[in-house]
Design a protein around this ligand. Sequence first.
Ligand code: B12
Length: 233
Amino acid sequence: MKEQILQNLRNAIVECDIDQAIKASQAVLSAGISPLEAIQQGASKGLDIIGERFSAGEAYLPELILAGDAMKAVFDVLAKALAKEGKSKNAILGKVVIGTVSGDLHDIGKNIVGALLAVNGFEVYDIGIDVEPKTFVKKATELGASIIASSTLLTTSMPYQQDVVQYLEDSGQRDKYYYIVGGGPVTAEWARQIKADGHGYTATDAVEVCKRLAQSGQTPGTFEPIILEYYQG
Ligand code: B12
C-alpha cells in the first residue's frame, strides 16, 4: 500500500495534476507514511522524471512550471505533519540563513531544507531566491546567524556559491560563519573546491551537517568540510 501511495504521488507530479497530488498527499497522511519519505521518495522522484524528459526534449517549460506547482501543493499538505517529525522542539541549535543564489529561481528544495531545519531545532531565516552573494553574509550578520546555507539547481549559478566564500574572505569574516552548499548539481567535490564547510545531498543530510557544525566548536573555514550523502541516522 505504501509503495502504491508513493507511486501515485510520483505519477501525480509527472502528470502535473494538482488535484491528484493533493489527494495522494492526503493518502500519505491517512496511511501514516512519513511526510519526508513521501516528499523524497515519492514527489521528488516525479520531478526527477520531468527533469529528465525536459533534458531529452520530451517536456517543455510549461510542464516544469506545472510540475513545480503540483510539488508545492504536496508540500502545503505535508508541511504540518513534517513539523511533527521534528526531533528537538525546544532547544535552539543555531540560527541559519538560507537562500537560493543569484540567477536561480528554484526554491522547492531550499524550502524543504529550511522546513526540516526549522522542525529540528534551528531558527531559520529564508532570504528567498536569486540572492546576491553579499546579501547572504549581510543577512547573517544582521540576524546573528552562525550558519549560511545556499542552494542552487543551475550549473550556471554555481559560481555564485563560490562568491559567497570569496565575499566572506574579502570582508574578513570567513571565521565567523559556517557555510554549507547544496542543490541538484552540487557535489562533494564542488563543496571542497570552493572551501565550503559542509554539503549534503538531501534535506536530511542538511540537518545532520548543520547539527555537526553547530556542535563542532571549530573555527569556520579551517577544517575538512562535513559531507553527507543520504544520511540515515
Ligand atoms: C520544478 C523545476 C523548475 C521550476 C521551479 C519551480 C520552483 N518554484 O522551484 C521552474 C519552472 C521555475 C524551472 C525553471 C527553470 N529550470 Co528547472 N527544474 C525543475 C525540476 C523539474 C525540479 C526541481 C526541484 O524542485 N526538484 C526537487 C527538489 C526537492 O530537489 P532539489 O532542489 O535538488 O533539493 C534537494 C537536494 O538537492 C537538497 N538541497 C537543496 N538545496 C539545498 C541546500 C543545501 C545547503 C543542502 C545541504 C541541500 C540542499 O535537499 C533537497 C531535498 O532533498 C528540475 C529537474 C530536477 N530533477 O531537479 C529542473 C531543472 C533544475 N531546471 C532546469 C532548467 C534548465 C530550468 C530553466 C533554465 C528552464 C528554462 N529554459 O527557462 C529555468 C531556470 C529559471 C531560473 N532562472 O531559475 C535544469 C537545470 C540544468 C542545470 N543543471 O543547470 C533542470 C535540472 C532540468 C533539466 N534536467 O534540464 N524549473
